[in-house]
Design a protein around this ligand. Structure first.
Ligand code: SF4
Length: 246
């Protein structure tokens, strides 16, 4: 087993290196691709959430054997590094290990509150990111739980964690993928001055009322102007880019 790997295809758009810590994820996002990638049944993936067998020892072994250092490693692609309601102490151990060996991490989560526990391990060379799909509801209300992500941390908590990371000098990013409510995404981008990097992607494999051509150009123009004025970075995912070129 080699826990640190080079993602291929669309997964590569998340990062050059990735590491998946858990066997599953309880957040039950309706659009979750992970069961498909792992050839698992949905319920099995969402119910059986534990650290992958020997993940910590195997990561040490791989780092030592391959002298892995100086890399930015994405946590995680096929699970959330902070599965809500489950023990995520292995994530802390893995981050410590990666940092100790001279690597940096790029966290992506939908569980802001648990993730903040590990901010003491991160510095200005690490990235902390949340998924924000755009929602039909009041995201400033901490009781608002999007039906599309029923067991994840609330959007309110994710935004709070992102702001805290920014205050601490950790680089911040938002994976606006898959976009569900495009108007909400655009207003978030408009007002968020604590995000260093945006990655925007469409909803794939499911019906959507979003006009991807129009949204893609609108969001790109907005991000370009933010880039000019504030220097923030952005990336349009390939599947959305294709729609923009139709
Ligand atoms: S947080 Fe990610 S891995 Fe977990 S259910 Fe949602 S899409 Fe799947």
């Amino acid at each position: 087993m080699k826990p640190i790997y080079i993602p291929k295809g669309a997964a590569k758009e998340y990062g050059d290196y990735a590491l998946n810590i858990y066997t599953g994820c309880p957040h039950e996002c309706f659009y979750c691709f992970a069961p498909r990638v792992l050839f698992k049944k949905k319920q099995e993936f969402h119910n059986l959430v534990e650290p992958r067998k020997n993940i910590f020892d195997e990561t040490i072994k791989q780092i030592e054997k391959e002298s892995i250092t100086g890399k930015l490693i994405h946590l995680c692609f096929s699970c959330d590094p902070y599965p809500k309601g489950f023990d995520s102490s292995t994530t802390r151990k893995i981050i410590k290990l990666l940092k100790r060996s001279g690597n940096n991490v790029q966290v992506l989560t939908k569980n802001g509150l648990d993730a903040m526990r590990d901010f003491d391990l991160l510095d200005g060379n690490d990235w902390f990111g949340i998924t924000y799909a755009g929602y039909d509801g009041n995201v400033s209300d901490n009781n608002f739980i999007p039906s599309e992500e029923p067991n994840a941390g609330t959007p309110h908590d994710r935004l709070y964690a992102l702001k805290q990371a920014h205050k601490l000098g950790i680089k911040t990013w938002v994976s606006a993928e898959p976009v569900i409510n495009e108007a909400d995404i655009l207003s978030f981008i408009e007002c968020a001055d604590y995000v260093d990097m945006w990655k925007v992607g469409k909803l794939n494999y499911y019906q959507s009322e979003v006009n991807w051509y129009k949204f893609g150009h609108t969001v790109e123009n907005l991000l370009k102007s933010k880039n000019r004025i504030y220097g923030i970075n952005f990336y349009i995912k390939q599947s959305l880019r294709k729609e923009m070129e139709k």
